[in-house]
Design a protein around this ligand. Structure first.
Ligand code: CTP
Length: 417
């Protein structure tokens, strides 16, 4: 919740697509968390959701053209005052106008006068998104520092499915909140310092099946991995998130690949890593799997004896990636949950693990005082192969994620001759 004194000014641009109705939820999330939102719909957007809805939800009058309240010069003022401009949904037409600097209504004028971070959340049919004209416009906008999310995949307006859905409004909001928070830190534009980089993040806990209904699993929630994916997307990276059994909504603008077992996780992570610049293994792969999986459900025996379950050790995906690098520039990051004992401190164990696994960075959680599973917060030390360590105090998983990406950039910079 943002306090009343410093309510951040957000402009919500809405262009004319059916997903305009989902922007109502996005608007609610902004206003309920204390943001001061000016909604600027296009005339086409009002065909889908009327001005009274936007006015009621934002608590402010709404106009689409530059001829209302001319004495207040709204086409300049709204853009100048904005601390974040979000366009959701952004249609192919709106993206084209923005890329070419056209300014024939209030929203397109505002896009030209705004100097704050601009986030476009496109929604359209797959063919329109994939058209070379749209792709060229998206590339132009990204090259100017705008964040253009990849649309989500799934059911489209008609009976068809494909890439083109508006990302989940809750996820657009989370990303927008992250941009505003970072803007406070950097004092200006949204840092797109991961732009042009491909990153892979694994999240969640794998399941190893004993039979069609039973599995060996673990309690990993996937929250830290999802925060890593979301923050990387907010900083401009092309993100593949390999998620094992996570029931969280897809982070906006992120390609999500779903897996269940460690073998599947390994296959999909390695596939995505071929051309990746960084991989962060935040997942908790099961260390063992049943040596064989029964094809039908294992029955209880009449005599009360228990089944004899043999286990086989799973491959260590992180160590494999670190030792047999998929390319010569990938930065490999692992996680470690450690406790101190009679053989050494948490950091002694962590240093030994980093060396054993061969990764560039190791994010060390001290789990001596209780586990971090499912918690919204995390605290950690990010240890580097050169021995340097950065302590991250207890805070949001997004805050830790940002430090991890900062450290990834640090490793890349030190590797550059
Ligand atoms: N990891 C992996 N493949 C596995 C097991 C773990 O890639 N089969 C990765 C995890 O994603 C994480 C790191 O390795 O990045 C954790 O290392 P691990 O050795 O499992 O650490 P702990 O769980 O702390 O294990 P141990 O009890 O062996 O110290």
């Amino acid at each position: 919740m943002v306090n009343g004194e410093s309510r951040p000014h957000v402009v919500l641009g809405v262009s004319g697509g059916i997903a305009a109705y989902k922007a109502c939820e996005l608007l609610r999330r902004f206003t309920e968390s204390g943001h001061d939102v000016t909604v600027v719909p296009t005339a086409a957007a009002l065909e889908f959701v009327g001005a009274p809805t936007w006015a009621a939800l934002s608590g402010k009058p709404v106009s689409t053209d530059v001829w209302a309240d001319v004495h207040e010069v709204p086409h300049v003022r709204i853009g100048q005052q904005a601390e974040l401009l979000v366009v959701a949904p952004a249609t192919a037409d709106l993206l084209a106008k923005a890329a070419h600097g056209l300014a024939d209504d209030l929203l397109t004028n505002t896009l030209l006068t705004a100097r704050c971070p601009i986030l476009f959340a496109p929604a359209m049919h797959t063919e329109m998104w994939e058209h070379p004209a749209t792709q060229a416009n998206v590339a132009t906008l990204r090259s100017r520092g705008a964040i253009v999310l990849e649309p989500a995949e799934g059911r489209l307006t008609g009976a068809d499915t494909g890439k083109g859905r508006l990302p989940d409004p809750a996820e657009i909001f989370a990303l927008a909140a992250d941009l505003l928070a970072r803007r406070d830190d950097t004092g200006g534009a949204a840092t797109q310092d991961l732009s042009g980089l491909r990153v892979v993040v694994s999240a969640g806990g794998t399941r190893e099946y004993l039979d069609p209904v039973r599995f060996i699993g673990n309690r990993s929630s996937g929250l830290q991995g999802y925060a890593l994916a979301r923050t990387a997307a907010a900083r401009g990276a092309e993100v593949t998130l390999v998620a094992a059994n996570v029931s969280l909504p897809d982070p906006a603008g992120v390609k999500v690949v779903r897996v269940e077992t460690t073998a599947q996780l390994q296959e999909r992570v390695l596939e995505a890593c071929t051309a990746a610049d960084a991989v962060v293994m935040a997942a908790a792969p099961a260390d063992f799997r049943p040596t064989s999986t029964a094809e039908s459900k294992i029955k209880k025996s009449e005599d009360g004896s228990s089944p004899d379950i043999q286990l086989t050790q799973n491959p260590d995906i992180l160590a494999g990636l670190a030792h047999e690098r998929p390319n010569d520039h990938i930065v490999v990051v692992g996680f470690a949950a450690e406790t101190g004992d009679e053989h050494g401190s948490v950091m002694d164990h962590a240093r030994a693990k980093l060396a054993r696994k061969g990764c560039d960075l190791l994010v060390v959680n001290d789990v001596g005082g209780g586990a971090v599973f499912g918690s919204e917060d995390n605290e950690a030390v990010v240890l580097a192969a050169d021995g340097s360590a950065v302590s991250v105090p207890l805070g949001s998983k997004a805050a830790l994620a940002h430090v991890i990406w900062d450290r990834v950039l640090g490793v890349r910079a030190s590797d550059t001759p």
